[in-house]
Design a protein around this ligand. Structure first.
Ligand code: CA
Length: 410
C-alpha cells in the first residue's frame, strides 16, 4: 500500500505571515497550525514538525502510543522554548500527526486541525476539534452548522506548548484502496463547508489538483486564515503510476518540514504611507505666492477637519460603546462582561463594566487567560452571558490541561 501525496499551503488573503507548517516524511504526515502572534506562531508550528521529523529519523514510530509520545515531546520542546524567551510567551500550535502502515491510519491529535477520511463519496471527520464550540456541539448546545460560523470558533481548548503537559488523542482507522485521507488546518474548514470539501474530492481525482482546488476555494471564500492541506491517496501498488514529484512539496521523504511564508498571488499589504502627506498642486503653488495667507487658511482648514474627524470619531465611538459587548478582566482580575470594545482608540478606553462574575482570570486554564485579558468579543449581552457560563465551567473543570496519566484522552 503506497500513498500518493499532495500538499499545499497558503498565507491566505488577510494574514501577514503563514503560521501553519506541515510535514511529509512517508509514511508520516503532519499538519500544525501555530498561534501566539506572527513570529511566535510560526516558531511553534515549525518546532512541532521539526521535532517530529527528528524523532522519526532516530526511530520511526509504529503505534498510536508512540505517535502520541512524539507529540508530547513536541509539546515540551515548545513549552521550554516559550519559557526561555519572553517574546515567545503564550505561543502554541495544533498538531495532527498521521502514520500510514499495515492498511491503517494511526493518528495522534491535539487542537482544531482536522483529519478527514473520504471513502466512496462520503467524507467523515476522523479527529475531534478541541475547541470551545466543539465542546458546545458535543454537549448539544450548538448545532454543527452554527459552530462553523461561530465568532469564537477559533478558541482552542488544547494546544501544544501552552502547558507543561498535554492530553493527546490517539486513534486509528482501517483504510482501503481508493480512500483519501485529508489533513488540514482550520483555515480550510472555517472558510468552506464539508459539502465543498466533498465536492472537490469527488470531482478532482488527481491529488495535486484536488489540493490546489481546496486551497483555492478557501481563498475565494475570503481566505481569512492561513490554509494548509495534505492529501494522501491510498492506491493499489500494482496499478499506481509512479508518483511524479514535480512539486517539491510532494517529493519523496523529506526531513525538513515544507512551509511557505510567502504567496505570490496575495496582494502586497497596503503601503504605510497612503498619500496623506501629498500637497495638492494648487495649494503648493499658492504657498509660494502668499505664504502668510496660505498658512492661516491652512490652519483653519486643518482645525475644521480635525473637529469633523473628532465629531465623527466620537459618534462612532458612542455607537460602538452602546452596541458591543466583550468578556474581559477588570482591574482586580475578575472576569467581567463589558459594554464597549477591548481595544483602545487613540489612547481612549471605550468600555463600561456591564456585569461582573465570580470567576477570577487566574482560575482559568493558562491559555484562556490571555484570550480573556485581550477581550473575547460577544454578539450580544446574551451571547456574552453564554460564554461566561462556558468559562465558569472551564474554571471548574481543568482536567483537560492537566491530564492525570499518560496523556491518553479518548
Ligand atoms: Ca489557523
Amino acid at each position: 500500500m503506497k500513498p500518493i501525496v499532495a500538499a499545499k499551503t497558503d498565507v491566505g488573503r488577510v494574514r501577514q505571515g503563514n503560521e501553519d507548517s506541515y510535514l511529509i516524511k512517508e509514511p508520516l504526515f503532519a499538519v500544525a497550525d501555530g498561534m501566539g502572534g506572527h513570529i511566535a506562531g510560526d516558531i511553534a508550528s515549525a518546532t512541532a514538525v521539526d521535532l517530529i521529523a527528528e524523532r522519526a529519523e532516530e526511530k520511526m514510530p509504529h503505534t498510536t502510543a508512540e505517535l502520541a509520545a512524539i507529540v508530547r515531546g513536541a509539546n515540551s520542546a515548545i513549552w521550554e522554548k516559550a519559557a526561555s524567551d519572553p517574546s515567545l510567551k503564550g505561543m502554541g500550535t495544533t498538531c495532527t500527526l498521521a502514520l500510514l502502515e499495515d492498511h491503517e491510519i494511526r493518528i495522534a491529535h491535539v487542537g482544531d486541525s482536522r483529519a478527514y477520511l473520504y471513502r466512496g463519496d462520503e467524507l467523515s471527520q476522523v479527529t475531534e476539534d478541541h475547541t470551545l464550540v466543539g465542546r458546545m456541539v458535543k454537549e448539544g448546545r450548538l448545532q454543527p452548522e452554527e459552530a462553523e460560523r461561530h465568532p469564537q470558533r477559533s478558541i482552542i481548548t488544547r494546544a501544544l506548548g501552552v502547558d507543561a503537559d498535554v492530553a493527546v488523542d490517539e486513534l486509528s482507522v482501517t483504510v482501503e484502496e481508493g480512500d483519501r485521507l485529508l489533513l488540514c488546518s482550520d483555515g480550510l474548514t472555517s472558510m468552506i463547508g464539508a459539502d465543498d470539501v466533498s465536492e472537490v474530492l469527488s470531482a478532482q481525482r488527481d491529488p495535486h489538483t484536488a489540493a490546489d482546488e481546496l486551497v483555492a476555494r478557501a481563498l475565494e471564500a475570503g481566505g481569512e486564515d492561513n490554509v494548509t492541506v495534505v492529501l494522501i491517496d491510498i492506491v493499489d501498488d500494482s496499478v499506481a503510476p509512479a508518483p511524479a514529484p514535480a512539486d517539491p512539496a510532494t517529493a519523496a521523504p523529506v526531513a525538513a518540514p515544507q512551509r511557505e511564508t510567502t504567496e505570490p498571488d496575495t496582494p502586497p499589504p497596503p503601503a504605510v504611507d497612503t498619500g496623506v502627506h501629498r500637497v495638492p498642486s494648487d495649494e503648493a503653488a499658492g504657498w509660494e505666492e502668499r505664504p502668510r495667507q496660505r498658512r492661516w487658511k491652512g490652519l483653519v482648514v486643518t482645525l475644521v477637519v480635525l473637529l469633523l474627524v473628532a465629531g465623527a470619531a466620537f459618534a462612532a465611538a458612542r455607537y460602538t460603546l452602546d452596541n458591543s459587548f466583550f468578556i474581559g478582566a477588570d482591574d482586580s482580575g475578575t472576569v467581567t462582561i463589558f459594554r464597549g470594545i477591548p481595544e483602545e482608540i487613540a489612547g481612549l478606553t471605550l468600555r463600561e463594566s456591564e456585569e461582573t462574575t465570580r470567576v477570577s482570570v487566574d482560575d482559568l486554564p493558562e491559555f484562556l487567560r490571555s484570550d480573556v485579558r485581550e477581550g473575547i468579543k460577544a454578539e450580544s449581552l446574551e451571547d456574552a452571558r453564554q460564554k461566561i457560563e462556558d468559562l465558569e465551567e472551564r474554571s471548574r473543570d481543568r482536567e483537560f490541561t492537566k491530564p492525570s496519566s499518560g496523556g491518553k484522552n479518548n
